[in-house]
Design a protein around this ligand. Structure first.
Ligand code: GTP
Length: 484
């Protein structure tokens, strides 16, 4: 388990950084993605998402409870609200009842004398909520609480409460009673408080009849209420009547619960969309980073491959001449022998040594000596056949292995090379010669033995005056020179 602050796979990360630095691949780009992963990532983890979700759920529950049990608005009609108030009575309809209103001890007191004269005598206290065509919107209120008292000639007295709604579809500004009359009846007694729902109001049937109201317009409407009236009952007896209005309060929700729930759902949807959007952006960034990281790793891999090839090359090749070294020769020989003896034998070995090379070094310096070594290697490389293996054996010695070549053919090739070296124009007017020993390797024989024979032949060439080719043939293939 990685400890706090440690990266998982930190060791490998360190190695990659090192390699990137060594090969010149920018570190930030190579491991950007993994580093970012290690450093905490850029996406919201499950734990913090859960915390957010929990907080939002609690917030939602609190908001719903607040809406359910609080978040209320109210509109009060009382002496302090200073609404225009007046009375209406049946004299406007040809009756003789007389009403008057005053304010007393913070209450509206309406005194009414009901006199016979009109078929439906009445008196009412009228509160003006607006002036047609502009009334007050009470549609956002749910209940109405009435603190009203009534005294009259009979013990049981009913009041009617009217809410008059103006609508140009059926109302006219000139005719006051063309506003829709919506009513409730109840017996307030002396000191009762009553709360009713606005939905308990009904549209007065006499008003619907008088105004020939269509079914479409027959429903309750409270969005443009121009007046609130507290009136005597429907069948009222003549005599003195008194109605006190202390307080009428409308209550409702600031935001209707259904609307509030819609708002909450909408906010959740918006939040979800915002989260999904953020998530998709972060995923896209992540993918991009992964892609970039993959590219960088690919580049790093290519660099490592090149490095590997170069190391392999260095292990197999002589750095001065570029031809195979002993190790490389061994590897190539193995590769060749894997093709089978038929491809390999007859196998001839040519050992080559530059004559008096020390003199060149001593006389002209190591640089010129190196130049001669490179020139010789170049000449031989350009002359031998494709399957021949050419290597620097050490110092000024070279070896050529010629698969599928008879010793006589190898001898001829050595002779050709000897001549070419000796006639070439060398730097500083040098004359360079070389000695060759040719031998044959037999199938099943230790190759070192065959090389030693070639080396021996070359040594003989040196002894016999240098700048010549000597051949060493073994028993059964003619004469064995060592034995001779
Ligand atoms: N410039 C140079 N000289 C080298 C290199 N490797 C070996 N030599 C030199 O090659 C010389 C070989 O000298 P010797 O072994 O005495 O042979 P030689 O002078 O060629 O004489 P013979 O072989 O008898 O003709 C030495 O002086 C080495 O220092 C090399 O990579 N570059």
């Amino acid at each position: 388990m990685p400890r706090m602050g440690e990266c998982p796979g930190g060791g490998r990360l360190h190695l990659c950084r090192k390699l990137a630095e060594v090969r010149g691949v920018p570190r930030t780009r190579v491991m950007a993605y993994r580093l970012r992963e290690c450093e905490g990532g850029f996406s919201m983890n499950i734990k913090s998402l859960n915390r957010w979700l929990g907080a939002l759920i609690v917030l939602t529950a609190l908001a719903l409870a607040w809406n359910q049990f609080a978040m209320e608005k109210s509109f009060v009609v009382d002496a302090a609200s200073r609404l225009p108030v007046n009375t209406v009575d049946d004299r406007s309809s040809g009756g003789k009842s007389v009403a008057a209103v005053k304010t007393e001890n913070g209450r509206f007191v309406m005194d009414c004398t009901i006199n016979p004269g009109y078929e439906w005598p009445y008196c009412a206290t009228a509160f003006e909520l607006g002036r047609a065509p502009y009334g007050m919107d009470l549609s956002g209120y749910d209940t109405m609480t009435l603190k009203v008292a009534y005294e009259g000639p009979e013990p049981q007295q009913q009041v009617r409460v009217f809410l008059l709604n103006y609508n140009p579809k059926y109302s006219s500004q000139k005719e006051y009673e063309s506003a829709k009359v919506q009513e409730i009846f109840y017996d307030p007694g002396r000191d009762k408080t009553l709360t009713v729902k606005l939905s308990q109001f009904t549209v007065a049937s006499w008003w619907s009849n008088e105004h020939n109201i269509s079914v479409q317009n027959a429903g309750l409407e409270f969005d443009n209420v121009v007046a609130l009236q507290v009136s005597t009952g429907g069948k009222v007896v003549p005599g003195a009547h008194r109605i006190w209005v202390e307080r009428i309060e409308f209550r409702g929700k600031l935001i209707a619960p259904a609307t509030f729930r819609l708002i909450v759902i909408g906010l959740w949807m918006l939040g979800l969309i915002a989260y999904l959007f953020g998530y998709s952006v972060s995923t896209r960034r992540k993918l991009l980073a992964t892609h970039r990281s993959r590219l960088s790793l690919q580049r790093l891999n290519e660099a490592l491959q090149l490095e590997k090839q170069s190391l392999q090359h260095m292990a197999h090749r002589d750095p001065l001449t570029g031809v195979l070294n002993r190790h490389g020769l061994g590897e190539e020989l193995l590769r060749l022998s894997a093709k089978g003896d038929k491809k390999l034998f007859p196998l001839s070995i040519v050992f080559m040594d530059i004559d008096h090379f020390k003199r060149i070094n001593d006389g002209h310096g190591h640089g010129v000596g190196d130049e001669v070594l490179r020139g010789v290697a170049e000449m031989v490389q350009g002359d031998i056949q494709r399957d021949d293996l050419f290597a620097r054996w050490g110092g000024e010695e070279f070896i050529i292995l010629c698969p599928g070549t008879e010793p006589s053919q190898a001898q001829a090739m050595a002779e050709r090379l000897r001549r070419a070296v000796s006639v070439r124009d060398w730097p500083h007017g040098l004359r360079v010669t070389s000695s060759f020993g040719v031998s044959e390797a037999r199938a099943g024989e230790d190759l070192g033995e065959s090389i030693r024979r070639a080396d021996g032949a070359m040594y003989r060439a040196k002894q016999m005056g240098r700048d010549r080719v000597e051949l060493h043939l073994v028993h059964g293939r003619g004469r064995d020179q060592d034995a001779a």
